[in-house]
Design a protein around this ligand. Structure first.
Ligand SMILES: *Cc1c(COP(=O)(O)O)cnc(C)c1O
Length: 381
């Protein structure tokens, strides 16, 4: 009999039964009064949990569509934009902004490090940037940006809106829009929300909504705030067919988040991440991200000498855990282990044990129990 495969990549993450059940429900008309009520509650909950007096948008699409929506509504062609890049997804924002005819400046960190906040402040003084984009957690490097500090800095620049890519952070790292000076938060369903892929989620603060108004007509159609805002306020209206079952699934995810308590959820993620990271180091791995800026949602794990990426991940999958490979310059040199969302101690211990068995099968024999021991010890603290 084959081992079950735990999906421990940085998204999609494991989808718990109660969320699966929502996706398995019989689909109703999008005008169904019960669905309209559920959709409306979902939008209110999002605004509540992420603290904004602005608007929440939920539509069919992926995180990348949310990235597009996030920038398309707050700047127009020819505007100056600053992109802070901590890796692959920061670079994606560069490409996206260039395609839109924006004038893009980039502050780039060496992979594993952050762009210092002082450098961001200095750069913002140079030009009248209409927006700055920051990836909260860049999945390619496992680096978490110091978002609170960045928010404080951006607040000093009246014209500059802060657009945050939270695809690999939202629901695991604190993100409170109106408190933290975040004007637009873009995210997706399949990472720390623990829902299947397929939803683009965007939260826009009051300043972002005002900016959208001031732009008049924009070139983008599907992602236009002004097309969707009336639907988010009154889901009995139609613009594009809502992904009924995924909306229910996200609603169940928010119910789980509220039940746990959002602050408790953030604390749990810190505990889990630090325990996993300590255990991985115990086994002889090292981590790409600098210690002070390590994400809680995933670990970017560098192989020790003599381990071949393809073989490692193949055996690990046989042992019952699927992880992702490295991106860009770290392809072949690293694996990426997600530990976010609705996962519990069984998932964590099983994953760690599967990693140990994999190393054992690769000839590193003195590992059995070591990672699991460390992980469990840390989790019990
Ligand atoms: C996964 C990810 C994306 C892209 O999301 P898709 O759903 O794959 O389009 C964007 N930004 C970050 C930080 C991500 O981790």
């Amino acid at each position: 009999m084959k081992n079950r495969k735990l999906v421990m990549i940085p998204g999609p993450t494991p989808v718990v039964r109660s969320i699966q059940d929502q996706m398995g429900r019989e689909t109703v008309a999008f005008g169904d009064p019960d669905f309209i009520r559920d959709f409306k509650e979902l939008i209110e909950d999002l605004k509540d949990i992420f603290k904004t007096k602005g608007q929440a948008f939920v539509l069919a699409g992926t995180g990348t569509l949310a990235m597009e929506m996030g920038i398309a509504n707050v700047v127009k062609e020819g505007d100056e934009v600053l992109v802070v890049s901590h890796g692959f997804f920061g670079d994606r924002y560069v490409e996206l902004c260039e395609r839109k005819g924006l004038k893009v400046d980039v502050l780039e960190a060496e992979w594993g490090k952050i762009v210092p906040v002082e450098e961001i402040e200095k750069k913002l003084q140079e030009k009248n940037y209409k927006a700055i984009t920051v990836t909260h957690v860049d999945t390619s490097t496992g680096v978490c940006a110091p978002l609170k500090e960045i928010g404080e800095v951006v607040k000093k620049f009246e014209d500059t809106l802060l657009v945050v890519d939270g695809v690999c952070a939202t629901a695991a790292e604190p993100e409170y829009l109106d408190d933290m000076g975040i004007d637009v938060l873009i995210t997706g369903s399949q990472k720390a929300f623990g829902v299947a892929p397929g939803l683009a989620i965007v939260l826009a603060g009051p300043k972002a909504l005002e900016r959208r108004k001031s732009l008049g007509s924009i070139k983008d159609y599907y992602v236009d705030f002004e097309k969707w805002a009336p639907i988010m306020e009154d889901p009995s209206k139609y613009f594009g067919t809502p992904p009924v079952n995924l909306i229910w699934a996200l609603k169940e995810s928010l119910r789980i988040i509220k039940e746990e308590g959002v602050e408790n959820r953030y604390k749990r993620h810190i505990k889990v991440a630090r325990a996993m990271q300590a255990a991985l180091e115990e086994l002889g791995f090292s981590l790409l991200a600098e210690k002070e800026y390590r994400a809680v949602t995933l670990s970017n794990v560098l192989y020790m000498d003599g381990i071949e990426d393809g073989e490692f991940r193949k055996i690990l999958a046989e042992e019952g855990a699927v992880v992702a490979g490295g991106l860009g310059q770290y392809a072949g040199k690293m694996f990426r282990l997600g530990h976010m969302g609705n996962i519990d101690i069984h998932d964590l211990v099983s994953t760690m044990s599967a990693i140990e068995r994999t190393l054992y099968r690769l000839g590193i024999k003195d590992v059995l129990g070591k990672g699991v021991g460390k992980l469990t010890e840390e989790l019990l603290k």
